[in-house]
Design a protein. Structure first.
Length: 250
């Protein structure tokens, strides 16, 4: 209601709320900027991993084809040697260990292979087919290396895909829900403060108008008294009164 007086405490409350909402808006905008940079960094790494996966799969197909062909050659020269290999297996010679890589605060598992122990098949093919056995060992070792690398890339790919989706959802929520909500609240507070400022200005004008009216009435009365012969310009000074009061006797 225009012209209605409202307590100054209400304006103070609105000012305090305005300061709070401004700080929240600044925090939301900064958080949005940081999350956007994080999403961009993750997307860049995601695309690099995707490109590497495609290249590794293409290379994997060629290596497996070469390994299968060398295995067929070894079987043709030596014969069936699967039972010999299975009998001599005691422990794995090629093992896999896991490390961690950090990308924009996201931990990615990285697998790498390493050799443990001596080669149990050093003497394989000594009688015949030694060249074919050496070739098949080399080809399948390369295949295992590529499999481990591909597993590492695929795991990182899936992890980054999930994190990017979550980060993008947060970015969109801040950009399209939280920031507009804070801005609307801040706009409402500013509108209320402007309305109160207009009301205060209107109230001051009313008070000033009443003061002018009272002053005009006083001036009219002064002129009327002056017209009646009353000296209103030089009123009598009570301190200069020469009349002496009579002494009181007790």
């Amino acid at each position: 209601m225009a012209g209605a007086y409202k307590s100054p405490k209400a304006s103070t409350t609105y000012l305090r709320a305005q300061t709070t909402m401004k700080s929240r808006l600044a925090g939301a905008q900064k958080g949005h900027s940081l999350l956007k940079k994080k999403a961009d960094a993750l997307t860049l790494r995601f695309r690099a991993i995707l490109k590497k996966i495609i290249e590794t799969k293409v290379l994997m197909g060629e290596v497996m084809k070469e390994a299968a062909f060398s295995a067929a050659q070894a079987k043709f020269v030596i014969g069936d040697f699967n039972h010999v290999v299975l009998q001599n297996v005691t422990k794995a010679q090629t093992k896999v260990r896991s490390k961690k890589d950090n990308v924009a605060g996201v931990t990615l598992p990285v697998f790498e292979h390493y050799g443990d122990g001596s080669d149990s098949y050093e003497l394989a093919g000594l009688a015949r087919g030694g060249q074919q056995v050496s070739k098949i060992k080399k080809n399948y070792a390369k295949a295992v290396e590529l499999l481990v690398e591909l597993a590492s890339l695929q795991t990182s790919f899936i992890t980054l895909d999930e994190v990017i989706k979550i980060t993008n959802r947060r970015v969109n929520a801040i950009e399209y829900v939280i920031i507009p909500r804070i801005e609307r609240t801040l706009q409402y507070i500013i509108t209320e403060l402007d309305e109160r400022e207009r009301e205060e200005f209107f109230r001051l004008k009313k008070v000033q108008g009443k003061k002018k009216a009272i002053k005009a009435i006083a001036e009219i009365k002064r002129l009327e008294l002056k017209a009646l012969g009353v000296d209103v310009d030089n009123p009598a000074d009570m301190l200069k009164d020469t009349h002496e009061d009579e002494d009181l006797l007790f």
